[in-house]
Design a protein around this ligand. Structure first.
Ligand SMILES: [Fe+2]
Ligand SMILES: [Fe+2]
Length: 330
């Protein structure tokens, strides 16, 4: 099992993060002299791991496993500090998405395939087809819900944020589509999980009810793409997973913050009732993802027990971020 990050490192990270802006965090001073964090758009989560990698020679790709509770704790502390426990204004999210679109990672595309053997791709192919389809959506329904929410809250810029969010998801779909094409795997037009999830979303116009299953799927997506990255030696697929993972962390945060705004005027008993409904729904979504993708998850080292534990660790963090009492409201 990888070593936890030394306390000295965590203290440094927290100190630096406490002084950082809500969106950017300058971790340069915790890196060894002359080293830079690769990928300026990497999430804080990735940046901390990269910094540790640089400073202590860790393999953060292995060290990021859920077993490294110490590093997870350090990263959540950073997240709390960086966010300043306040909901980011829409303009900050807009700036983030605009900047992130310009700072995409270099993907080492190859002229012949993706550099993965057929045996390696066997447990992944059906699953990748389904996720590629899931990441490919025109976002019309979300855009319509967001427009209503923006009008109701007098926050027109929110529509632009959601527009960029949709484009980012479409970029994920395009990256996975090219992976499938290059690996000689056909793209699917339908998948039961995708159809079920789309029907659920499309039957709903309320932004709260729409956002809730989306957060849950995005939380599970982080485990899924981590599994794929661990399951393959393909530099192309690993780079695509790293890009998607870096993007998904802020996605979850954005959705959690919007839900916190919606829950702000809800009484605590009603808030707790909502949480009970969430728990039931999350159990169902988590089971469905396991049923549909357990071969790929297992290939990435997740047994059912590890998957469930990782899923609840991440979802508990998301639930904390949905709680309006976790934020300072000005
Ligand atoms: Fe995505
Ligand atoms: Fe996402």
């Amino acid at each position: 099992m990888p070593k936890p990050y030394p306390k000295e490192f965590r203290d440094d990270v927290v100190r630096v993060a406490a002084r950082s802006s809500p969106i950017g965090v300058d971790l340069s001073e915790i890196l060894p002299a002359g080293r830079e964090v690769p990928g300026g758009s990497a999430s804080v989560w990735s940046q901390v791991h990269l910094a540790a990698d640089s400073r202590f020679g860790y393999d953060w790709r292995r060290a990021e496993g859920e077993t490294v509770q110490e590093s997870q704790n350090a990263v959540s502390v950073v997240g709390e500090r960086v966010s300043g426990r306040r909901v980011r204004p829409t303009e900050e999210w807009l700036a983030y998405f605009q900047q992130n679109a310009l700072q995409q990672r270099e993907i080492p595309w190859q002229s012949d395939g993706v550099g993965a053997s057929p045996a390696e791709m066997a447990p992944l192919r059906r699953s990748l087809q389904a996720w590629q389809l899931g990441e490919t959506s025109d976002g019309r329904h979300l855009a319509a819900s967001a427009a209503r929410f923006a009008a109701a809250t007098d926050d027109p810029a929110y529509c632009d944020v959601i527009d960029l969010f949709i484009r980012e998801e479409q970029r994920h779909g395009a990256l996975l589509g090219r992976i499938l094409d290059d690996a000689g795997i056909s793209r699917r037009q339908a998948d039961w999980g995708d159809t079920l999830f789309r029907r659920l979303r499309y039957s709903i116009t309320d932004i709260e009810v729409w956002t809730t299953p989306v957060v849950m799927v995005e939380v599970l997506a982080m485990i899924y793409y981590n599994a794929i990255r661990r399951a393959t030696g393909s530099p192309v697929l690993r780079a695509v997973c790293a890009q998607i993972l870096a993007d998904e962390v802020p996605h979850v945060r954005l959705q959690c913050e919007r839900l916190a705004v919606l829950y702000r005027n809800r009484s605590r008993p009603r808030f707790h009732c909502t949480r009970v409904v969430h728990r039931v729904l999350f159990l169902a979504v988590m089971l469905l993802v396991w049923v549909g993708h357990h071969r790929a998850l297992r290939a990435g080292g997740y047994t059912w027990t590890e998957y469930r534990r990782a899923a609840y660790a991440k979802m508990n963090r998301a639930w904390r971020r949905m709680d309006p009492q976790c934020y300072v409201w000005t």
